[in-house]
Design a protein around this ligand. Sequence first.
Ligand SMILES: C[S@@+](CC[C@H](N)C(=O)[O-])C[C@H]1O[C@@H](n2cnc3c(N)ncnc32)[C@H](O)[C@@H]1O
Length: 207
Amino acid sequence: MEHFAEVVKKTDYTPPKGRPVHILNLASGNGTESYVLSAFFGSGQFLLPSNKALVDSVDISKTTIEGALEDQSDYLRNFPNGSEFVGPVRFSTGDATQSELFDSLRLPLDVVWIRHPNVTEDLVGGRPIWKTLIRNAVDQLRPGGIVIMTHYSKYEGEIADSFLSQAGAEILVNSEENQQIPSELKRGKWEAPKDPRDLFITAGIKP
Ligand SMILES: C[S@@+](CC[C@H](N)C(=O)[O-])C[C@H]1O[C@@H](n2cnc3c(N)ncnc32)[C@H](O)[C@@H]1O
């Protein structure tokens, strides 16, 4: 989270005026981090989702989204203020290569979050999946809106950087300069982080 905050700061992101922040967790999987995104951009407090930041979590897998909704029911049961989670964080099944999907989201988008996409396997049946998803999302970003992506490897990050630029976003933080973002760097040398999954981060802005 600390690193995430640093990356957002580098983008000069400013929230929209007079309405909630619209966030898309794209190809979200079970999207548990959606609650953190709502908290970060809305209330600024961990685990306190806010009506000031509305997150749409979308994934093509019906079973995955069903699982996310079950998790959401757990939140409802286990938190006294559980119902506060439901409005801000919404899950739906859909194919984000289809631009019509975006009609059902809360638009325009201010923040697009894409965690660990499979960009190295972009072509499925000869059709570019991730390049298309990213383009569709950037198309729906307001000017000044941001995209943040994480990658397992520098190689994946480079592909993501290029998809993002091709979609018209300006890259502000790229996988190259972020390869040593984990806190281990603070000890003066690079060590593999305990959880290497969020090692590489890309952030771009819609001009
Ligand atoms: C590597 S997983 C990452 C999931 C999640 N973001 C995470 O970090 O755990 C990639 C996800 O992309 C989803 N996906 C693939 N194609 C998609 C599409 N066309 N539209 C929406 N989601 C898609 C898959 O169902 C899968 O959940």
